[in-house]
Every structure is written in C-alpha cells, then in structure tokens.
Design a protein around this ligand. Structure first.
Ligand code: BES
Ligand code: ZN
Ligand code: ZN
Length: 497
C-alpha cells in the first residue's frame, strides 16, 4: 500500500474519510462539505443516530452536488481517549472499512475531535501506521486470483493534515518499524518445507543491505565450539543446524550493548517424544522467537538507530529419526554443564542454552533478552493475550514491560525462584530439560537462567502471542510479529542518545 501525506483540501472524487469523535459532532471539514451537499451527511448521521463510537462507520455515497464523492465517517470514540495507540487502531479500522467497501484508494482527513490527546501530524502518522500494520496478508501461496482479491484492501491512502511534512517524516520512521513487523510475520508464516535452518539464515543475510553484519555458523563450527545441546536438537533432521549472529553498530564504540536471542525451531515435531497429530501444523511458527529478533534487527537498522544491538538466533529442525536424540541421552552444553534430555520436545531451551552462552561469552553484552515460543504452559497461565516475561534483573523487566505498554504489546511479569530451580535437578547430570507437570513455563525459564552466567537477562515466552487465531485490532489472523515494536521501543528508550 502506498501512503502519502498532503495539506488539507477536499478531494474532488473518490472515497473521502472523516473522523468523528464519540460525541456526534462533525469535524470542521465534514461540516463544510455537509453544507455544500445540502445536509446529506447530517441527515444520515441523524437517521442512524450515529455518534462516532469507536469503530462505528457510516457512508454516504454519491451525494447530490458531489456525485463523484463517496463519504465515509469513521467513529474515533471519545476525544479524551484518542491517544497514539487509539489513533493507530482507528487507522486500522479506516483501512478495514475501506477494504469492505471495495475502495482501492482514499483520502483521509486527519482531523482530531476537540480535546483529543493526539492531533495534527502525530495523529496522521499514527493513523497511517495503524493502516499500514493492518495491511498485511500472507497470500504468497494463493494462486486463485479471486481468493487473492478478497484479501486485498486499498492500495493507496492519502492523509490530509496541516503540517504534512512533519507527518511524512514521522511516517518514514514508523514505516521502517512496520517493515520489521512484516518481515517477522513473513518468516513466521512460511511453511516448513521451505523454511529450513539454511533458508532462515539466508533471510538473515538480507539484513546486510541495511548495514547489519551477518555471520553464519554451520554444524562443524558449532561442534568445535561445543554446542552439543543445540546440535542434539537438530541431529534427527536431514537439514543442517545453523546459528546466525547479526550485529548493528549504530552507537558509539564501547557504548552499552544489548543482545536479543531467538529460538528458531523451523519445525517442532517433538522429536522422539513426538507430538500428537492434532494441531502439529502450528509448529511451523516455533521459530517465532527468531522472527522477533530478526524483525527487530530490521527495524533498528532500517531507521539507523544510534545503538549497538546484537541479534543471535539458533536455527534447528526437531525431527524423529534413526539419528535423533533419545529420551535419557545426556549432552554437554557449551557452558560445560551437562543436561539429561528427558523429553525431546522440550528442545527450545536446549537451543537457547548454547545460543545464550555463546552470546555472553563472545560479546559480554550489558543485557540479554531471549524470545521463544517455549512452552504450552505459558498459554495455560496467560492465555493468548499476554506474553510472559521472566527476568534476573527487575529494572530490565520493568523497562521491557514499559516499552511494551508504549507500543501496545502486552507483557506480564512471571516469577523465578530457587524452589523452581531445584525442580530441574537430576541425579544423573547437572540438570534435566524438564521439570514436573506444574509451572512448566517457569521451570523452562529457570533452565535458561543457568546459561546466562549472571549477565542481566530477561526471557519472553511468546508461545501464546506469536500467532493469533483471531483478528486483532492492528493485525489480521496469523503471525503477529510480536515484540518487534516493543524491542524497537526498548532500544529507543534505553540505548540511544
Ligand atoms: N514449541 C513448543 C511450545 C509451544 C506449544 C509453542 C504450543 C507454541 C504453541 C515447545 O518446544 C514444547 O513442545 N514444549 C513442551 C515442553 C514440555 C515437553 C515440557 C510443552 O510446552 O508441552
Ligand atoms: Zn517442543
Ligand atoms: Zn518448540
């Protein structure tokens, strides 16, 4: 979709969109158009008792005197609630309403109802960002053109606002973030026949264009480094495991560095502890953690953030095979700690154990944040609304949650405790890879903590939120690109300037 900005002027033809606050008051430009078309808008508003509640829409097609115009009023809700996040939502609603009207292009008058918190260029940019995020559909493998057309929304939106240059500038930055989100969503949506570890590594290499330094380790190199936990997960697959290191050095030399680490199981069958057939197709998105990391690296590099950020992703496929890891096997991780693999389906933590140890050892980052579709248990705890956040450092946890709030991504703090840590002890090795039945997402986090070497660390379990079964305000169903925006914001808040 092409988005542009211009100074306010009523268009002569096509779809024109006005916002309406929740108090039934037409905006100034809607009022003046209403006059020119002999009250056709106000009549329709009255007939429908339309007040402009959030998401309510009203259309007036081809009114006498302006036969070439189609007017759409979109409810923005009460002015006092119209902040940036609400404005993004309204932008998405504008996009969707135009989509269901079959409009290919439209002009949106970004006029705030009086008393709105977000107005002017900020409002226009937020509306555009919301529309841009909602404009995503994964139609790569759809060949029937009518099915494809059904998914298609408007292809051109023009936002009219006083000070359009400022809106354009803001949009440029936000567009890079949306590109990062969409990149993550593309990766997560890709079917696993295509999405091998090497395919993922090739996707990471695309970031080179943005100035990111990309390095790829293959199995031989990882073997030399002693990454036997990660390699144990991939050894049942005919596809070679990989690790990708992405470095964005936008900040000063020696400035603090944050590292983002992602689980990327390109397909998780469970291995020898094989998963039941029902719903196993969901495991194409078991690389969602890496999706977040790669998408965030994209956003951060594309907008040339003045920060030093490292992204590391562990890429494996978890398959059952004659060569696969067996329950009861014991492996020595890169840290030197030994792990008894009780359940080969608890594989994400094995991948992250080596990825995190490698990251802290090589880069000595000031903080590590890992992202993983790690446990079904986090969905039992938090449903599909909040991601769970574990952290060894409370200040780090607070900053991540705050960044999430700023961008509208819901993240909830979860506990770590010695008492849980003990539950992964085993007499046969330094630890086992699963705890008892209860608190499965917590014992998974405790396992990861043993590989942080006391570097301030946070772990986000995104199993419940990386994919949405329902449409969200800013997203179609499917891959969400969760935490790309939050991480961009986190870097902005804590690592720039
Ligand atoms: N990839 C899964 C977790 C998952 C489940 C992600 C559903 C997204 C949706 C993970 O590797 C896994 O299988 N975890 C097991 C751990 C168990 C064996 C201790 C789980 O959660 O059941
Ligand atoms: Zn698993
Ligand atoms: Zn998994």
């Amino acid at each position: 979709m092409k988005i542009s900005f211009a100074e306010p002027k009523l268009p002569a033809r096509g779809f024109v969109v006005f916002l309406m606050g929740g108090d039934g008051e037409l905006s100034a430009s809607a009022k003046s158009l209403d006059k020119a078309i002999k009250g056709a808008i106000s009549r329709a508003v009255e007939a429908r008792s339309f007040v402009g509640k959030k998401g309510e829409t009203l259309s007036v097609f081809s009114p006498e005197g302006r036969e070439n115009l189609n007017i759409l009023l979109v409810g923005a809700g009460l002015a006092k609630d119209l902040d940036t996040l609400r404005a993004q939502e309204i932008g998405a609603i504008v996009y969707k309403s135009l989509s269901s009207l079959g409009a290919d292009s439209a002009t949106v008058l970004a006029e705030a109802p009086s008393g709105a918190k977000t107005r002017g260029a900020d409002l226009a940019a937020a509306l555009a960002f919301g529309a841009r995020l909602r404009d995503y559909s994964y139609d790569k493998y759809i060949t029937y053109s009518d099915a494809k057309a059904l998914l298609a929304g408007p292809t051109r939106l023009q936002f009219m606002v006083k000070g359009s240059a400022a809106a354009r500038r803001q949009h440029k930055e936000l567009d890079h973030i949306a590109d990062g989100v969409d990149f993550a969503r593309d990766l997560v949506s890709e079917p696993s026949n295509v999405k091998s570890p090497k395919w993922m590594a090739a996707q990471c290499r695309k970031l080179t264009k943005l100035g990111v330094k990309v390095e790829v380790l293959g199995e031989a190199q990882m073997k030399k480094l002693g990454m036997n936990a990660l390699l144990a997960v991939g050894q049942g697959s005919v596809r070679e495991s990989q690790m990708v290191i992405m470095r964005w050095n936008g900040g000063a030399k020696g400035a603090k560095t944050v590292s983002l680490i992602g689980k990327s199981v390109t397909f998780d069958t469970g291995g020898i502890s094989i998963k039941p057939a029902g719903g196993m197709e969901d495991m194409i998105w078991d690389m969602g953690g890496a999706g977040t990391v790669i998408g965030a690296m994209h956003a951060i590099a594309a907008r040339k953030a003045k920060a030093n950020v490292i992204g590391v992703v562990g890429l494996v496929e978890n398959m059952p095979d004659g060569n696969a890891t067996r329950p009861g096997d014991i492996v020595t991780s890169m840290s030197g700690q030994t792990i008894e693999i009780i359940n080969t389906d608890a594989e994400g933590r094995l991948v992250l154990a080596d990825a995190m140890w490698y990251t802290q050892k090589r880069f000595k980052p000031d903080a590590m944040i890992d992202f993983a579709t790690l446990t079904g248990a986090i969905m039992v705890a938090l449903g599909r609304e909040y991601a769970g956040l574990y952290a060894s450092d409370e200040a780090l946890s607070d900053k991540i949650i705050a960044a999430g709030k700023t961008v509208g991504e819901k993240i909830w703090p979860m506990p770590l405790d010695e008492a849980y840590d003990k539950q992964i002890n085993t007499p046969r090795a330094d630890m086992k890879n699963v705890g008892p039945r209860w608190g499965g997402s917590i014992t998974a986090a405790q396992f990861l903590k043993r590989f942080t070497n006391d570097v301030p660390w946070a772990h986000m379990d995104i199993a419940g939120v990386a994919w949405s079964e329902k449409e969200l305000p800013l997203m179609a169903k499917g891959a969400s690109g969760f935490a790309v925006r939050a991480m961009d914001q986190f870097v902005r808040d804590n690592y720039e300037g």
